[in-house]
Design a protein around this ligand. Structure first.
Ligand code: ASC
Length: 154
């Protein structure tokens, strides 16, 4: 009897597991891409607070934040943006259909973020004065993509 129950539970687990796969709601992809944006925001916050003098400038912390931005910029994006994971099709995202209609533009804006992150990485440790203009470049790259490809907040 015990063996039967155990295998029935195992079978049920397998079944619901494959069902979840067949009816993929893209929740894993949404978590992954929103998580990477959260990592970016946290590290931009560290750099922005130092740029404004709200926290004391610290070259090691600035470099670590900049390195993290570059690391995020190197994450392969395509698998996290499957067709149908836009805000018209599913809940929980502000990703606009333009991402899939104008993929070249989306990719070039993501590449611009990578370039700005690399510029930040190259100079973040050189002093507080460098951070403002570098923040402007990174923030500008964020904004350019949000303006064209992210739906407004409700
Ligand atoms: C941030 C953050 C964004 C961008 C954007 C830049 O720190 O969370 O979404 O910068 O505001 O315009």
């Amino acid at each position: 009897m015990k063996i039967f129950i155990t295998s029935a539970v195992a079978a049920a687990t397998l079944f619901t597991g494959s069902l979840a796969y067949a009816q993929d709601d893209f929740s894993g992809q949404l978590k992954a891409r929103q998580g990477q944006f959260r990592i970016m925001a946290i590290n931009l916050g560290i750099l922005g607070d130092m740029a404004k003098g709200e926290t004391e400038y610290n070259a090691v912390a600035a470099q670590a934040a900049a390195d993290t931005l570059v690391a995020v910029s190197m994450i392969q994006q395509a698998p996290m943006w499957p067709e149908g994971s836009d805000e018209m099709s599913i809940d929980g995202t502000r990703a606009q259909t333009t991402i899939w209609e104008q993929t070249d533009d989306f990719q070039s804006k993501w590449a611009d973020f990578g370039s700005a992150a690399e510029a930040m990485q190259a100079s973040a440790a050189s002093g507080q004065d460098a951070l403002g203009p570098l923040m402007g470049q990174v923030g500008g790259a964020c904004k350019a993509c949000h303006d064209d490809h992210r739906a407004p907040a409700d």
